[in-house]
Design a protein around this ligand. Structure first.
Ligand code: ADP
Length: 427
């Protein structure tokens, strides 16, 4: 006669216990899943939680997690529920591969020992160290993606011997634990890699800032004297020589600016310092910054300033940086004596700034590519214009951070180029 028919009350009690255990297992799964999704994942906390659950579900006195350290090829105690001072000293201790835990790990299978004193593999040093008496033990391998990463052990069943159900439950926990631990370890590794990377990035930024500062001072002197020589030249020949020095120094200055501004390629919207700024102010700033360039290349700038009430919601410094990059290109890619025309319009809730030059123009196929990082139409080895190829990428990143758009137009080679930039109007 089946057991349930013989004693329904006992069967009901068994089923109730089973439901309680399954509910607990489900709760563990949920908790582990939400821990994996949260950024505050700590391996130690995760292990403590899993061991408490393992001991409770299998009616054991304590539980331990042993993990495999790949660097030393050894199993070590990563955590244990036995909360005494001595047991804390156990954490980090290694255990020989011929021990019971070692067997579970090597053979990737469950081992159940109802009386450890009958098992020669029992490693009694641990008991001595923490003054604990191990009577019985059950351990299962922790497997993640076909790789055994450790062992989950429960020790001293409070009543009776280990059951098949105990094994099943422990296996479920070990499976969950293995995945959770691996993810937690990956998160820690990722955080470390991220920290290393930001340190390196800071080092790079500091280096660029210092190098740029050191370069700017002598460059300022060169620019000053070249400009003076150009103005005071006693013959057109000397004037041209001074102009050459001036243009090369300006080219150097632009490269330094590009290097310093490299970080704005990743400009975040949240980091902008926005204000309602008159469009007129932005265009005045742009004109002021471009004066030396325009003088050096003898370009004519046509600019009709907008009325004060046209205002845009922008980070003034960042927008002027984008406009400068466009002006810089307009002067460099337009032969001396050309004209650069800056106009503006209000379209819906946007202000448009349009910078048009009479320069070398751009072929249709290149109009989008020129906004890619380090893309330059001219071949790198034979180019005559200099530059790093990131001015437009930075301009686009800055304009996009404002929620605006930026694009180029050109009827074709040697027919000039037009760059359009849109910005949100201030409410
Ligand atoms: P860089 O000017 O340092 O090369 P940019 O990102 O500012 O880098 O520009 C990318 C390329 O786009 C330039 O090398 C040039 O080939 C083309 N370009 C940009 N502006 C103009 C322009 N106003 N006229 C013609 N070509 C331009």
């Amino acid at each position: 006669m089946p057991a349930e028919a013989a004693n329904p009350a006992q069967r009901i009690a068994e089923l109730e216990l089973q439901v309680k255990i399954l509910t607990h297992l489900l709760q563990v799964t949920k908790t582990l899943n939400s821990a994996l999704l949260s950024a505050s994942l700590r391996v130690e906390a995760l292990l403590d939680y899993i061991m408490d659950a393992a001991a409770e579900i299998t009616d054991a006195e304590s539980a331990s997690v042993l993990l495999w350290r790949t660097t030393t090829q050894q199993l070590f105690f990563a955590a244990t529920t036995t909360k005494s001072e001595e047991s804390r000293a156990l954490i980090g201790k290694t255990i020989p591969s011929e021990s019971i835990a070692g067997t579970i790990f090597r053979e990737a299978r469950t081992v159940i020992v109802d009386d450890v004193h009958q098992d020669p593999r029992h490693y009694s040093r641990v008991d001595e160290d923490i003054q604990f008496v191990t009577r019985s033990l059950m351990g299962v391998p922790m497997i993640s993606k076909n790789r055994t990463i450790g062992v989950l052990e429960v020790v001293n069943r409070r009543q009776g011997t280990w059951t098949e159900q105990d094994e099943q439950h422990l296996k479920v926990l070990a499976e969950e634990a293995a995945v959770a631990i691996e993810v937690a370890q990956l998160v820690v590794a990722l955080q470390k890699a991220n920290n290393d990377l930001s340190e390196l990035d800071k080092l790079k930024n500091d280096f660029i800032a210092i190098a740029a500062h050191e370069l700017r001072t002598p460059l300022g002197v060169i620019l000053g004297y070249a400009s003076f020589l150009q103005d005071e030249a006693t013959s057109p020949e000397y004037g041209e020589l001074a102009a050459k020095v001036m243009n090369s120094a300006l080219q150097l200055r632009r490269i330094i600016e590009d290097m310093v501004n490299l970080r704005y390629l990743k400009q975040k919207e949240a980091e902008l310092e926005r204000d309602a700024v008159p469009l007129k102010t932005l265009l005045q700033d742009m004109k002021y910054e471009a004066t030396t360039l325009l003088d050096a290349s003898r370009h004519k700038l046509v600019l009709e300033p907008p009325p004060d009430e046209v205002r845009v919601q922008v980070d003034r410094l960042r927008v002027v940086m984008a406009l400068n990059n466009l002006m810089n290109n307009a002067t460099r890619f337009t032969p001396p004596g050309g004209t650069i025309t800056v106009t503006w319009q209000v379209q819906g809730d946007e202000a448009w700034i349009i910078i048009q030059d009479t320069g070398i123009g751009i072929q249709k196929g290149d109009l989008e590519k020129i906004f890619e990082e380090f893309y330059q139409v001219e071949d790198h080895m034979t180019r005559t214009h200099g530059g790093l190829g990131i001015g437009l990428s930075i301009a686009r990143a800055l304009v996009h951070a404002h929620g605006g758009r930026i694009w180029g137009e050109s009827p074709g080679l040697n027919q000039g180029s037009t760059f359009n930039l849109t910005l949100p109007l201030a409410k």
